[in-house]
Design a protein around this ligand. Sequence first.
Ligand SMILES: Nc1ncnc2c1ncn2[C@@H]1O[C@H](COP(=O)(O)OP(=O)(O)OP(=O)(O)O)[C@@H](O)[C@H]1O
Ligand SMILES: [Mg+2]
Length: 355
Amino acid sequence: MMFQIEIDNLNKHYGGFHALRDVNISIKQGSFVALVGPSGCGKSTLLRTLAGLEKTSSGDVRIAGQSVIGKPPRERDVAMVFQSYALYPHMDVEHNMNYSMRLKRRPKDEIAERTRTAAETLGLSRLLDRLPKALSGGQRQRVAMGRAIVRNPKVFLFDEPLSNLDAALRVHMRSEIRKLHERLNATSVYVTHDQVEAMTMADHVVVMRAGIIEQQGSPLELYDRPANKFVAGFIGSPAMNFLPATAADNGALVLDSDSVRIGFNRDIAAGRQVWIGMRPEHLSLKPGVNDMTIGATVTGIESTGSMTFVVLAVASQPVVLAHAGRPEACKGDQVRLHIALDNLHFFDRETELAA
Ligand SMILES: Nc1ncnc2c1ncn2[C@@H]1O[C@H](COP(=O)(O)OP(=O)(O)OP(=O)(O)O)[C@@H](O)[C@H]1O
Ligand SMILES: [Mg+2]
């Protein structure tokens, strides 16, 4: 198979600091890839390496089959949209958008045509003579994307482009960027620290931590089958609950903090110490099929209106339950907690890998 971008065993050192460790990613033409992970894990470094703004220490990066190692940014056919999109304040929208083409002294007709098409695509046609200060945050963000689009690149690179926008606009722009990606039949690599953004926008999500890829796959693969405790806790909101437990020899797990037993449906050797992972949305105060039930105390209730998060103490460990709607429970209540056994996750306590 021919990939649009291939990253092979990429390493990046900043002096003695190992910022990217043996990174391997293959990206198909037309796909939308999200790089996600906590602050400082190397997302921007990886993106800047693709753009040619950062030198690699070892490994290879190929775009459309050609190694781009050592090639300057302008020879890579990629366009990058940054978080701080810093438009030129004294230039109107049109001149901000076609600045790079004017620098390259492209023919006037071509500049005009490409600017016109990009403005149309982004709904900016009526704003071409406005200065940035007369635009809303979302409009400015679209101009920043316009600057990338007019270059007609093979690959779009986005580094947290929406983090300066308010929540509602961010949700709107997510779907705008996704639609744009589809309309242009582009290949996009999108950096975000927001796992919800990654899950909703991308067809392939790469989860990084401390310069290492912890797991990559489709959004639902990561949600359904997290390879380790870190990915399990990072993907999903509210985050997965973890309870420390030890396997007994009679096919049960015993919570370490108490002698509460949880039945399980996996082959785990007696004596093995694990984390039991349970997603808030797989817990319920109502019985279901193939559930197991344990006692819990309600220690808090948080409501968003549509969802209620019930904070419970299970054997003195905090556990969050997500309930669509409004549960009949109050702080201080003793309740029966129903756990959907098929949806439990187990992680080895030592390696933190899925058990
Ligand atoms: N020029 C540099 N010199 C030395 N260390 C650097 C340099 N640039 C980045 N780093 C380090 O490399 C690591 C990765 O940085 P990077 O900017 O890629 O993180 P990030 O995942 O984009 O984080 P954020 O979500 O905060 O933007 C960090 O620990 C950072 O301090
Ligand atoms: Mg960054």
